[in-house]
Design a protein around this ligand. Structure first.
Ligand SMILES: [Fe+2]
Length: 168
């Protein structure tokens, strides 16, 4: 069972996760336009992960007898001037999502809703990975600077990323 508060906040999270997917699509499009196909691939995969997150909340809400609601999403930022800006925005966004997950967890703990705590634990771990990944890439980009050869190498590396639905 979901309290009304948790149901509402979980639905807000569905919206945030779908927004995240759109935000990363906008970043993929910027990279593609800059002929950075590997970076574009990286963000396309990231967008798929976010849709997977949204559907995890969607399914969980419905499993617990609530009803997931689909709403409009804000328009994400579409214009960027550099890869460093893209990754700075991405990291900032993941920090926001981490705060959201922690907030949801704090409600679940307060309400002693153990099913929600167990469900949210997966997202707590996932956010540690997301923050670590984006921090690492942003640091690499800062070190690389305008070095075209190094950007080419990183682009080739990111072209290898594929979406693998995480095991439950
Ligand atoms: Fe997410």
């Amino acid at each position: 069972m979901l309290s009304e508060k948790l149901l509402n906040e979980f639905n807000v999270q569905v919206k945030h996760e779908f927004f995240s997917a759109n935000f990363y699509l906008a970043m993929a499009s910027y990279c593609k336009h800059e002929d950075l196909d590997g970076f574009a691939n990286f963000f396309l995969v990231q967008a798929e992960e976010e849709r997977f997150h949204a559907m995890k909340f969607f399914n969980f809400i419905n499993e617990l007898g609530g009803r997931a609601r689909i709403t409009a999403y804000d328009e994400p930022k579409n214009d960027f001037v550099s890869l460093e800006e893209v990754f700075t925005e991405a990291l900032k966004h993941e920090e926001f999502v981490t705060e959201r997950i922690n907030y949801l967890m704090s409600i679940a703990v307060e309400e002693k809703n153990y099913a929600c705590i167990s469900f949210l634990n997966w997202f707590v771990d996932e956010q540690v990975e997301e923050i670590s990944m984006f921090t690492g890439l942003l640091n690499k980009l800062k070190r690389i600077g305008e070095n075209g050869h190094a950007i080419y190498m990183l682009d080739a590396e990111l072209a290898q990323r594929t979406f693998v639905p995480p095991a439950e």
